[in-house]
Design a binder for this molecule. Structure first.
Ligand SMILES: CC(C)NC(=O)[C@H](Cc1c[nH]c2ccccc12)NC(=O)[C@H](CCCC/N=C(/NCCC(=O)O)S[C@H]1O[C@H](COP(=O)(O)OP(=O)(O)OC[C@H]2O[C@@H](n3cnc4c(N)ncnc43)[C@H](O)[C@@H]2O)[C@@H](O)[C@H]1O)NC(=O)OCc1ccccc1
Length: 227
């Protein structure tokens, strides 16, 4: 019997125990900053310095952070499981990679990457990006954080939707289910008959759509689930 194919979606909750703030929890990122001021293309056009500073701060925090047992367990699952495992993350940090995961699908971009707004060239971002940084390919002063902002199309949607259409198991870890299209993945997986499990500290907005819930800290629930 072929091994069931697994699709995993992670959110800010899996990086919380590594010291990286989540978005919506007490004192989270969105409590300190208005999405409209730092995470939309309009915000970047209006006040690029504010946006670049916001992501420079997060890049520095992520740079100093280390993965926790939740990240490590998923890396081990990818390494040892004989079936297909697709690890999709909404997180822009590189803690999955630091834990040893390969081929992580960053649907909302990465802090470690810079993007040219003119020619879409990508290069590894310096720890501190500057406004008007020149693109190494077209030399236009149009560098921006390689992050998917609200109103922008997430990355790798074709690959994600293809994997969801073949999934036997869908697991969501540390995400509040507030932001789409990611929050809709559980419906897409259920639609093809996949088993669905949510591992979250608090029930998400979409908890009712999951067959199974394993409440608790990701550093505990994920290793137990991978076992
Ligand atoms: C606010 C919301 C209503 N708005 C949207 O969803 C919008 C608009 C929209 C589109 N479709 C819709 C349908 C209905 C309504 C609205 C929409 N979506 C978009 O704009 C998207 C783009 C959205 C991406 C925006 N960028 C991010 N991030 C990068 C930036 C950055 O990082 O700065 S979103 C950002 O917030 C999202 C939510 O965060 P979570 O990761 O879930 O974190 P949160 O803090 O909310 O929750 C943490 C959870 O962890 C738990 N937890 C805490 N500690 C632990 C712990 N220790 N262990 C376990 N769990 C834990 C907590 O209990 C909690 O549940 C993540 O995706 C994250 O990446 N683009 C788009 O739609 O383009 C067009 C399109 C799309 C498809 C096809 C055609 C056209």
């Amino acid at each position: 019997m072929a091994h069931p194919s697994i699709v995993i979606l992670t959110g800010a909750g899996i990086s919380a125990e590594s010291g990286l703030g989540t978005f919506r929890d007490e004192g989270g990122l969105w409590a300190q900053h208005r999405i409209e001021d730092v995470a939309t293309p309009e915000a970047f056009a209006r006040n690029p310095q504010l946006v670049v500073d916001f992501y420079n701060t997060r890049r520095a925090q992520a740079h100093d952070a280390t993965p926790n047992a939740g990240h490590t367990a998923l890396a081990r699952l990818q390494a040892e499981y004989d079936g297909d495992v697709l690890l999709v993350t909404q997180n822009v940090d590189s803690l999955h990679e630091k834990a040893g995961s390969r081929d992580v699908v960053h649907m909302h971009g990465q802090l470690d990457s810079a993007l040219c707004g003119a020619c879409s060239h990508r290069w590894s971002a310096p720890l501190k990006m500057t406004v008007g940084e020149a693109c190494p390919r077209c030399s236009e002063p149009t560098a921006r954080p390689d992050i998917v902002w609200f109103g922008e199309m997430p990355y790798h949607m074709d690959r994600i939707e293809d994997a969801l259409s073949k999934a036997d198991i869908f697991a969501a870890i540390g995400t509040s289910g507030n932001v789409y299209p990611a929050a809709g993945f559980v419906q897409m997986a259920s639609y093809v008959g996949a088993r669905t499990v949510e591992m979250n500290l608090d029930p998400s907005e979409t908890v009712a759509l999951f067959e199974e819930t394993r409440p608790g800290k990701a550093s505990v629930t994920v290793p137990a689930w991978v076992e």
